[in-house]
Design a protein around this ligand. Structure first.
Ligand SMILES: [Zn+2]
Length: 391
C-alpha cells in the first residue's frame, strides 16, 4: 500500500503530489534544482488530512519508488524518525520568532541522506507575525535542497506574501461514504458503527476512527449533544458549561500525561540523572535544570492547547446539532450528523424558531473565536450556554 492510499477522498491533491514527487526525482537525477517547488502550502478543513498529505508527500520525496509505503524511507517518515524530515508541531497557541529562526538554520543544512531536507510545519497559521516574516525570508531564498511543507486551514490564514510563494495543495472534506468504507475495510469496524461514526465525524477521518473504536469518545460526544435539551434554566446553563470544560480538562490530562512522562524521562536520561533521583532537579548535570524547566513550560502550554482543541471539537458537535435542527425545521433532505439524537432534534425543532437557531450557531462560533483569542474557557462557554437557552 502506497503512502498516498491513506488520503481518503483526495484524488485531485494526490494526483498533483504524485506528479510533483516524480518531477522532484527527475530534478535530482538531472542534478539541477530547476523544476522543484521549495515551498508548499497544504490547506483544507479540520480533519481533511492536511498533515497526513504533507507527510505522504515527504515520504514520496525521499522514497525512490515515489512513496511505495513499505521501504525504509517511507517507514521512517511515517514513524517520524527520518533524519531529513523535521516536523514542527506548535505546542502553544502561537509559534514565536526565536523558534522559527532556529528552525530555519536547521532547515538550511544539507540533507543527510542526499535527497531533500524537508520541514513539515503543522498549524503554520500559529506562527506569529515576527515568525512569519522570518519564514518568508527563508522561503524566498531557499537552499537548493530544502523543501518547506506548511499546513494551515486555508490560504487566508497565511500572510499573503508567504502564500504567494507557495504552491497550494487543497484538501477537501471527504464524503461520509468514503470515511465509512475506510473504517469498515481497514479497521474492521462493523458497517453500522462505521456509518454512524463517519456521519457523526462529518468527514473527519481521525475523529470517525476514535468514535468507532473508543467508547469513551462516544460517551463524551453523547454528553455534549445532551446539552441543548438540558438548558432549561440559568442554573442548568452554568452547570452544563462547567461540565463541558471539566470533561475537556480530563481528556486533555489523559492525552498529555502519557506524552509528558515519556519526555521527562527522556530528558532526565539525556542529562544523566540516575534512576534514584526523585526531587525535581536532584542529580541533574549542569544545564539539566534549565532544560527541564523549559520542557515543563512547553508541556503546560501543550496542555492548554489540547484542552482548547477538545472544547473546540465539542463546540463543532453543537454546531452540527443546531444545523440539523434547522434541517428538520425546513424539511431538508440532507444527511444529519446527529441523526442518532433524532428525538432531541425534533423536540428542539418544535420549540424554537429558525432565526433563534441561526443565532445559536452564531453564539457557538463566537465562543470558538473567543477561545482562540485566549478568553478563559469557563467564561466563554458559560456565556455561550446562556445564549443557547434564550429564545
Ligand atoms: Zn518507499
Amino acid at each position: 500500500m502506497g503512502v498516498f492510499d491513506d488520503l481518503v477522498g483526495q484524488e485531485r491533491a494526490v494526483q498533483t503530489l504524485r506528479r510533483a514527487a516524480a518531477a522532484a526525482a527527475e530534478t535530482l537525477a538531472g542534478g539541477s534544482g530547476a523544476g522543484m517547488t521549495h515551498a508548499w502550502l497544504f490547506t483544507g478543513p479540520l480533519g481533511s488530512g492536511r498533515e497526513e498529505a504533507a507527510r505522504a508527500f515527504a515520504a514520496a520525496l525521499f522514497c525512490s519508488g515515489g512513496g511505495c509505503g513499505h521501504c525504509d524511507m517511507c517507514h521512517q517518515v511515517m514513524v517520524g524518525s527520518h533524519p531529513d524530515l523535521e516536523t514542527v508541531r506548535p505546542q502553544g497557541l502561537s509559534y514565536g520568532v526565536k523558534d522559527t529562526r532556529q528552525l530555519i538554520l536547521r532547515a538550511a543544512g544539507a540533507p543527510t541522506l542526499g535527497r531533500w531536507r524537508v520541514v513539515l510545519f503543522e498549524d503554520a497559521d500559529r506562527a506569529t507575525e515576527g515568525a512569519s516574516n522570518a519564514l518568508l525570508k527563508a522561503i524566498e531564498e531557499p537552499p537548493p535542497r530544502t523543501v518547506w511543507l506548511l499546513c494551515a486551514p486555508s490560504p487566508d490564514d497565511m500572510m499573503i506574501t508567504i502564500r504567494s510563494r507557495c504552491r497550494v495543495v487543497t484538501l477537501v472534506t471527504p464524503p461520509t461514504s468514503a470515511v465509512a468504507h475506510v473504517l469498515a475495510t481497514r479497521e474492521n469496524v462493523p458497517p453500522d458503527m462505521a456509518a454512524f461514526a463517519a456521519r457523526a465525524a462529518q468527514g473527519h477521518l481521525d475523529r470517525a476512527r476514535r468514535l468507532a473504536l473508543d467508547a469513551d469518545a462516544r460517551g463524551r460526544r453523547e454528553a455534549v449533544l445532551s446539552i441543548p435539551a438540558a438548558l432549561t434554566g440559568v442554573g442548568e446553563c452554568v452547570a452544563a458549561a462547567e461540565r463541558l470544560v471539566k470533561t475537556a480538562e480530563e481528556e486533555a490530562v489523559a492525552v498529555t500525561s502519557v506524552l509528558n512522562e515519556a519526555e521527562t524521562t527522556e530528558l532526565r536520561k539525556v542529562y544523566g540523572e540516575g534512576s534514584t533521583g526523585k526531587g525535581l532537579n536532584k542529580g541533574l548535570v549542569r544545564g539539566g535544570a534549565g532544560a527541564l524547566k523549559e520542557l515543563e513550560e512547553r508541556q503546560k502550554s501543550r496542555a492548554t492547547r489540547t484542552k482548547r482543541d477538545v472544547i473546540d471539537a465539542a463546540l463543532l458537535d453543537l454546531v452540527a446539532f443546531y444545523r440539523d435542527v434547522l434541517a428538520v425545521q425546513f424539511g431538508a433532505q440532507v444527511e444529519l450528523a446527529t441523526e442518532d439524537r433524532r428525538a432531541d432534534l425534533e423536540a428542539v425543532a418544535r420549540s424554537s424558531t429558525p432565526e433563534g437557531n441561526l443565532r445559536r450557531i452564531e453564539a457557538i462560533m463566537l465562543c470558538r473565536r473567543r477561545l482562540a483569542a485566549n478568553v478563559s474557557p469557563q467564561m466563554a462557554v458559560e456565556a455561550m450556554t446562556l445564549s443557547l437557552r434564550s429564545p
